[in-house]
Design a protein around this ligand. Structure first.
Ligand code: MYR
Length: 185
């Protein structure tokens, strides 16, 4: 028989994390459901989720920079890696793969094979046009805008639409150089 005793701190934290993630996914699901009821049009729900994500992203970046010890990234490539490996891990508990760079290094894909947001989700036929995880595209767009990168973020693959992974395309539209606030005279 297995010995009975106090569970290790690691096991308790893992369990708390799992419960938090489940609660988060369920709460997100309830919010999407409410938006579908209130807005009726799936397209409008997609827009609203993206806007909510953007509003989260422009605030989340401060927490991210404070907690992650990441300082200014050298370029868009480094930022994409940081989002995939540090940002997703911090806020979603999973990492993404960066792939499919275009020739001039201004668009890439973030690929998620595991996505806790959809843990309990099955979309009915009436929601086929829904981008259920659209909050994520907004978060990335908002966060990057706060570090001077204007981007367009779109879904390429979505497992809820029958694809084999989640793939977000991030395209850098404009990079505003950060100005050094003091003049060297
Ligand atoms: C910089 O240039 O200062 C660093 C840029 C890093 C951007 C990181 C944004 C983190 C956003 C996290 C997204 C999480 C999605 C769940």
């Amino acid at each position: 028989m297995a010995p009975v005793g106090p569970r290790s701190g690691d096991a308790i934290f893992a369990n708390v994390e799992r419960v938090n993630a489940e609660l988060f996914s369920l709460t997100y699901g309830a919010m999407v459901r409410q938006l579908l009821t209130d807005l009726e049009e799936v397209e409008e729900v997609n827009k609203q989720l993206d806007q909510m994500g953007y509003n989260i992203g422009i605030r989340l970046i401060d927490e991210f920079l404070a907690k992650s010890n990441v300082s200014s990234c050298a370029d868009f490539k480094e930022s994409a890696d940081v989002i995939a490996k540090v940002g997703f891990k911090m806020f979603l508990g999973v990492t993404a793969t960066v792939a499919n760079w275009d020739a001039d290094g201004t668009s890439c894909s973030l690929i998620l094979e595991d996505n806790p947001l959809v843990d309990f989700v099955e979309l009915p036929d009436t929601c086929q046009g829904l981008y259920y995880c659209n909050v994520l595209s907004g978060v990335i767009r908002g966060a990057l805008e706060m570090v001077s990168m204007k981007t367009e973020v779109t879904w390429v693959r979505d497992m809820l639409r029958g694809n084999d992974a989640y793939e977000l395309r991030v395209k850098l539209l404009k990079q505003v150089p950060e100005e050094y606030p003091y003049k060297d005279d």
